[in-house]
Design a protein around this ligand. Structure first.
Ligand code: PFF
Length: 445
């Protein structure tokens, strides 16, 4: 059970609250949401199941899992198996920068900064913060250190248990903020932006980015679910827990969008404003709230950012855990040393990502800042590539009987026995074709 919680903890994070709203704002509104939902149910969920199958069957870290299950071709899988080590390293580097922003906003909420702010003042506070050199770096390192300590001490189950309480709180807060946000004057445009059928903003990019977002949000293609899958108990129902995780993740993302987008419209912020979207719109909501409901707005603001930080931590912890598990099992070093090595690499790379909003803003590669480049390479290229390899592995390399065995707990789950052919078809044929097309689209765009 703790592992299932850990998987949900890994999936639900900044990807839902921070990334989903700004991606949908930038890449197609309703069209983005539609493709995201379809992709989650038809492609990402089968990939999720495939990762859990690989993890539970192999019972080892993400890289060696492939080698262990396909001994005949170990050379090839040894190389591709390195991707689940590389990708989390890249993502953890920039993810912790946004984790640091959340931490800074938690401090600001404590200080009561979010009262009576105009949209311009909210935007000014945000741009002043991210463009400065030191504070975002210190916050990034602090956030990373908090996650690293949890991984080094091996107290993940502690934090997962903790998140068992904070997640429902975050859920209630997001619902509350969404209702409040929708009621703001001028907010309805935001609701329409998400739900009013309008495919005019759909471009080939909408497909690529919505699919990438769906994978990102479910922590796919980077070994996290394989690693956690290796801890899943033999009696656990893989299909039920994967579906539960995917549905809660989807719900969280849609609710977060409903909390953010109406406020974006009410405040007159540009929906395509990029990664800063929630950090500009949420303070605006709290300032309004401080006038309408002065007795609770401060508490809601603190609790919101506190729970966001915890959600971000559980996700970042799973990223660090993937690389740590690999280093410990492979090189027989202590957890402490492995975590120190990961921290050194991700901490330094994260500093560059952080600076790309300030002193290094002018430095671009292929038109992308360092932060954007990290995100794009990981989410739109490597993550899709690894997911493609994963489904091909389960569909074509693993024996069908072995996959069925994992899926049905050796035939004992009757419902799973019935749906197995459909899920297997999605894993073997639908997912690879969809991912390959989207993957290629990224290069043509
Ligand atoms: N799924 C996380 C989120 O939505 O915030 C991000 C993430 C965590 C991605 C862990 C990848 C991962 F391995």
């Amino acid at each position: 059970m703790a592992v299932i919680l850990a998987m949900a903890g890994s999936a639900i994070g900044l990807g839902n609250i921070w990334r989903f709203p700004y991606m949908l704002g930038e890449y197609g509104g309703f069209a983005f949401v539609l493709i995201y939902i379809v992709a989650t149910l038809l492609v990402s969920l089968p990939v999720f199941v495939a990762e859990v199958v690989i993890g539970r069957r192999s019972r080892c870290n993400a890289r060696d899992a492939f080698v262990r299950l396909a001994p005949g071709h170990s050379g090839f899988w040894r190389i591709t198996g390195l991707l689940p080590v590389l990708i989390p390293t890249i993502i953890a580097s920039y993810y912790s920068v946004i984790g640091g922003w959340s931490l800074e906003y938690l401090v600001k909420a404590f200080q009561g900064v979010f009262s009576s702010l105009s949209p311009e003042q909210s935007a000014g506070i945000f741009s002043g913060f991210i463009s400065s050199t030191w504070t975002p770096i210190v916050m990034h390192l602090l956030f990373f250190a908090l996650c690293a300590v949890v991984v080094a001490l091996g107290v993940k189950s502690g934090i997962e248990l903790f998140s068992k309480f904070t997640m429902p709180v975050l859920f209630v807060l997001v619902v509350f903020i969404a209702i409040y946000s929708i009621c703001l004057p001028g907010a309805w445009g935001g609701v329409e932006y998400i739900f009013k059928p309008d495919l005019s903003r759909m471009t080939p990019r909408t497909f690529a980015y919505a699919m990438g977002q769906s994978f990102y949000s479910l922590s796919l293609g980077m070994g996290a679910i394989i690693t956690y899958g290796s801890y899943v108990h033999k009696n656990e129902n893989i299909l039920a827990s994967s579906t539960g995780t995917a549905i809660s993740d989807l719900t969280f993302a849609l609710l977060a969008a409903l909390a953010i987008m109406p406020a974006v419209f009410a405040a007159g912020i540009e929906p395509g404003a990029g990664p800063g979207l929630i950090f500009q719109s949420i303070p605006f909501i709290f300032s309004k709230m401080s006038i309408d409901m002065p007795w609770i707005s401060g508490v809601v603001a603190v609790m919101f950012f506190l729970t966001v930080v915890v959600a971000a931590m559980t996700s970042c912890i799973s990223l660090i855990e993937v690389v740590t598990a690999y280093l410990v099992e492979r090189y027989h070093i202590s957890r402490g040393k492995a975590v120190a090595a990961v921290s050194l690499v991700c901490g330094s790379a994260g500093i560059l990502c952080s600076l790309s909003f300030g002193p290094l803003a002018g430095f671009t590669i292929g038109g992308k800042s360092i932060f954007d480049l990290f995100d794009w390479v990981a989410s739109n290229i490597l993550l899709l590539l690894m997911s493609l390899i994963t489904v091909v592995f389960v569909g074509f390399v693993m024996k069908k009987d072995d996959v069925r065995d994992e899926f049905t707990n050796s035939g004992s789950l009757s419902l799973n026995r019935k749906v197995f052919p459909a899920v297997y078809f999605l894993i073997k044929w639908v997912a690879p074709v969809a991912i390959a097309v989207i993957f290629l689209t990224n290069f043509i765009l």
